[in-house]
Ligand binder design. Structure first.
Ligand SMILES: OC[C@H]1O[C@H](O[C@H]2O[C@H](CO)[C@@H](O)[C@H](O)[C@H]2O)[C@H](O)[C@@H](O)[C@@H]1O
Length: 525
């Protein structure tokens, strides 16, 4: 909430408060804080008033589907914001960060998420591009670049309380999407500099870990690691409750693990929990994630290709070598041939603080949708036996449920667990299958696209809402669990729907696309 006066005055008033009394506290809030969201104005996004571009979505012939697509176009208007002039004039009164206050419109996920988020933006932006909203997409990208220029990394979201962590690194893919739609060498040069800074952030200690492989080589990979040992300000009460009864050092360590899980974008999931169920056992920094390292491989490949296009040969060669080294590590340590998937690594308990050396580790046994993000990132070249094995592994995984791709197989009550299905993961898995796994992969991708569109449309038709996540068991049902009610809006849901409508077309009246086979009779929690 923005401050209604200078921070020193608000702090002085707070010092004098009898904080045991809720009514007094409420009066204090009314007097010294402004309503949440009062730092934002609706923004007139360039191009929105003109409506969808002529000839858009040529493959969508069905009238109902076209009406839905037009509604999705209009929803960008509801998700487009700009900062009030006061954010630039009095930054000390606001949690909104300055890159969001430079007059550019930006896109928020929706509902309680009133700021630009890192990985959400990639899918929102791809939807903007489908809608021909190139100027808005460029504005959104420039805000991300401005953040890297100011802070040296892309924050989780553009609020001051997110400055201790990032989110899954998709900036290079965002740059690639904007550049492919409207090539601009000056913007690419600016992005190349920012991406090299972001790469340094992800590959420096304590995010970097060195591991001795069975091949006798030392490999360098990365992990999530938030630079905080305090409760997350945006979920303070929850984090204090989770650490109840722990001594100071143990509570501080747990809070870092929770914030690091938020950095992964998967807050929260059994994937990060030592005992698989309780948040108290969260140990994110002991996990070397398959998806994070695959995204960094993709970033290194993208940086090399941007540098080559700009004639920066030394940078291109350096990043080609970095990508090759990371792929070698991914092949040697993360690939599980029998399972047809790339596994997270779990470091031994005494290794959580270390960034170097030959820490002992093992492949995680949990089956999670992120185990196929390396397919999306190009870790198995198209048409190879490895790509085919990954496709077969995904089919056998039990994650391909009746109404969506489940994120994990464990039901814990956390939002990044069974039975939830999340748009970004569905999109990455689907694109990985379509790009690298031949005809069979393309067929599965088309079936997953159909399944996603069916579920998103069912929710829209029933209640006019685009949920942030879905229930993988029942088309149109919202996902649940976690520390807040399922919200709608929603940036990445709309973005993924639009890009699938563009690529595959869709007819709600047609039968389900073939390719998924029969769903598993019972998915094991
Ligand atoms: O306030 C709780 C958490 O909310 C965010 O996480 C969730 O929403 C984000 C926006 O859609 C999404 O990027 C993330 O994957 C979700 O888990 C926030 O990113 C977290 O840092 C925050 O703790």
């Amino acid at each position: 909430m923005p401050l209604a006066a200078r921070p020193a005055d608000v702090a002085a008033a707070f010092e004098q408060l009898d904080r045991r009394d809720n009514v007094t506290l409420q009066h204090f809030c009314n007097r010294w804080l402004l309503p949440a969201g009062s730092d934002l104005l609706p923004a007139a996004a360039p191009g929105l008033a003109a409506g969808p571009p002529p000839g858009w979505l040529p493959q969508v012939q069905n009238a109902e589907a076209r009406t839905w697509a037009e509604a999705l176009f209009s929803l960008w208007g509801a998700l487009c914001r700009q900062a009030t002039p006061d954010v630039a004039a009095h930054p000390e009164r606001h949690s909104l960060l300055q890159p969001a206050a430079q007059g550019r419109p930006f896109v928020v996920p929706g509902a309680r998420f009133r700021e630009q988020y890192y990985w959400d933006t990639f899918w929102s932006l791809r939807g903007l591009l489908v809608c021909g909203l190139h100027d808005l997409a460029k504005d959104v990208l420039c805000t991300m670049l401005a953040a890297v220029e100011q802070f040296g990394f892309t924050p989780n979201g553009l609020r001051s309380y997110y400055l201790n962590r990032s989110q899954p690194p998709l900036l290079s893919q965002t740059v690639a999407a904007v550049h492919a739609s409207a090539p601009d060498l000056a913007l690419l040069a600016r992005a190349l500099a920012a991406l090299q800074r972001e790469h340094a952030y992800w590959t420096s200690s304590p995010k970097a870990v060195e591991l001795q492989g069975p091949d006798g080589r030392t490999h360098r990979l990365s992990r999530y690691w938030a630079a905080t040992d305090q409760p997350r300000p945006e979920a303070y009460r929850e984090d204090v409750a989770t650490a109840a009864g722990l001594d100071g050092a143990a509570a501080a360590a747990l809070w870092r693990e929770l914030a690091s899980a938020a950095e992964s974008g998967w807050d929260f999931s059994s994937r990060w929990l030592d005992d698989g169920v309780s948040l108290r056992s969260c140990r994110t920094t002991r996990v070397v994630p398959a998806d994070l390292n695959a995204l960094l491989y993709q970033m290194e490949c993208n940086i090399a290709s941007f540098a080559a296009e700009l004639g920066e040969d030394e940078v291109a060669a350096r990043f080609r070598a970095a990508a090759a080294a990371r792929l070698q590590a991914i092949d040697a340590l993360l690939w599980d041939e029998r399972g047809g998937q790339w596994r997270d690594l779990v470091l031994a308990a005494d290794a959580s603080g270390g960034s170097t050396g030959s820490s002992s580790f093992e492949q995680s046994s949990v089956v999670v949708a992120s185990n196929w993000v390396p397919l999306y990132c190009g870790c198995a070249p198209a048409g190879t036996a490895r790509a085919a094995a990954a496709l077969a592994g995904l089919r056998r995984s039990n994650l391909l449920a009746a109404a969506g791709v489940a994120v994990t197989l464990r039901e814990t009550g956390q939002q990044w667990d069974w039975p939830n299905s999340w748009p970004p993961l569905t999109c990455m898995l689907l694109e990985g299958c379509a790009s690298y796994c031949g005809q069979e992969g393309k067929q599965l991708a088309a079936a997953l696209a159909d399944q996603y569109l069916r579920s998103a449309y069912a929710a829209w038709a029933a209640c006019g809402r685009m949920f942030e996540k879905f229930d993988a068991q029942q088309a149109g049902a919202p996902g649940g669990g976690g520390e807040y009610q399922c919200v709608d809006g929603f940036g990445w849901t709309n973005g993924v729907a639009l890009l699938l409508l563009e690529r595959y077309g869709w007819d709600p009246a047609a039968g389900a696309a073939a390719g998924l086979g029969s769903p598993p009779a019972a998915t094991q929690p």
